[in-house]
Write a protein that binds this ligand. Structure first.
Ligand SMILES: [Mg+2]
Length: 400
């Protein structure tokens, strides 16, 4: 089998996401995905990746992974080249699955479990949908029952009850972000801390200890203020503290982790196993968060998961960035012995993810199950490329 074309697909109405189809001379097509900087990722794929990859055997996955991550084509880092390499790698694993008729988790060594516990990230339908703005205005009208970011700010108790009703027993919220934006994470007042604690207290009052509550900080705080917040959160027993400081150095994160007995979760911002090696060696995180569309793809993610397991750390794959990465993460999570949670966003599963793919993984009773079928099991909607806002670029072997 030989790779005959690379085709990227973008939609103007979803400016962050990009899909990659890897076409072959046997007619099989592998599907990958990444998120953020979509135009730059497309440029890298067509100008730099295509001349390397076209004509090659798609099943030499490890060889291509090495070449695209720090080899002659890419760079070691977490930028555009690594996001492009991640999309390629997910597509190649999908092709491996399709060429063998097996789901990826079987190719990785089989299932350690049949379904994966999930937590709901309490964002709304349009969180992360613009090119750069990530916060929502809570005075906006709710677009539906799952506008969960407005929910955790205004009525976290009702939100927790609604999640419990649907079988979720874990949820993630970020009520401190709004204050970090004001001072660049340098300072938090006593009043702001008290305000940020309210949703956690409301949840505990409404559902007691039946709900795990993850606290997300999106890397927005500097160390001293972050430590103040961690100390204040102790009484409401958050499940983990995620990306609590600017994620630029594991030594500061290790300093933070040493000062709290709450689990630290990090980090979707990291890419390649060398960064995660430093994280693990510094004992800065109890839970390893990773994004398959950003860290180098499935090939790199499975090595990171294995390293985490060696250090007795569970993994919790990231979601918030697209349905194909979610599906690939489920395949890893089914196989890895140390999978703790899969992140999901119920507003996305009921919202924009549905516009993009034929079928989505199902969440039931607090667990997620894969879409059955070979590879990662996902298919883009048949008419996606024909949408008026679609940007489709293709580089064929014959063109080179
Ligand atoms: Mg996060």
């Amino acid at each position: 089998m030989r790779i005959t074309a690379l085709e990227t697909i973008q939609l103007e109405s979803f400016p962050n996401i990009i899909w990659l189809e890897v076409h072959t001379d046997e007619g099989l097509v592998g599907l990958g995905e990444t998120f953020r900087g979509a135009h730059a990722v497309a440029a890298h794929i067509h100008h730099s990746t295509a001349p390397y990859l076209l004509g090659q055997d798609p099943l030499a996955i490890d060889r291509h992974s090495a070449a695209l991550l720090g080899g002659p084509v890419g760079f070691i880092g977490n930028g555009v080249e690594t996001r492009a390499a991640s999309a390629v790698d997910i597509a190649l694993w999908d092709l491996f699955g399709k060429s063998t008729g097996l789901p990826i988790h079987q190719l990785l060594g089989g299932a350690s479990r049949d379904r994966i516990p999930v937590y709901n990230t309490c964002s709304g339908y349009r969180y992360n949908s613009a090119a750069w703005k990530r916060t929502v205005d809570i005075s906006d009208a709710r677009e539906g029952p799952y506008d969960d970011q407005i929910g955790f700010v205004t009525a976290a108790d009702e939100l927790a009850l609604s999640l419990l009703d649907e079988g979720y027993t874990a949820m993630k919220i970020w009520p401190f972000d709004v204050h970090a934006e004001v001072t660049g994470g340098l300072h938090i007042s006593v009043e702001q801390i008290r305000e940020g604690l309210i949703p956690f207290e409301k949840i505990r009052n409404a559902v007691g200890d039946r709900m795990e509550v993850m606290a997300e900080f999106h890397g927005m705080w500097r160390l001293p203020a972050a430590r103040q917040i961690a100390a204040a959160l102790r009484d409401v027993r958050p499940y983990w503290l995620e990306d609590p400081i600017r994620m630029t150095s594991v030594s500061e994160l290790a300093e933070y982790a040493a000062a709290t007995d709450i689990k630290v979760c990090a980090s979707e911002t990291m890419a390649t196993r060398t960064a995660f090696r430093d994280l693990l060696e510094s004992r800065a995180a109890s839970v390893v968060m990773l994004d398959l569309g950003w860290c180098g793809g499935l090939s790199e993610a499975r090595k990171i998961a294995s390293a985490a397991d060696t250090y007795q750390r569970p993994i919790a794959p990231h979601d918030c960035t697209g349905p194909i990465v979610l599906a690939a993460s489920i395949q890893l999570g089914l196989n890895a012995p140390n999978t703790l949670y899969q992140e999901v966003v119920r507003a996305y599963l009921a919202g924009w993810y549905r516009e993009l793919v034929e079928e989505l993984p199902k969440v039931s009773g607090g667990y997620i199950s894969p879409v059955a079928g070979p590879g990662h099991g996902m298919t883009l909607q048949a008419d996606l490329k024909k949408r008026p806002d679609a940007i489709v670029r293709r580089t064929d072997l014959t063109v080179l």
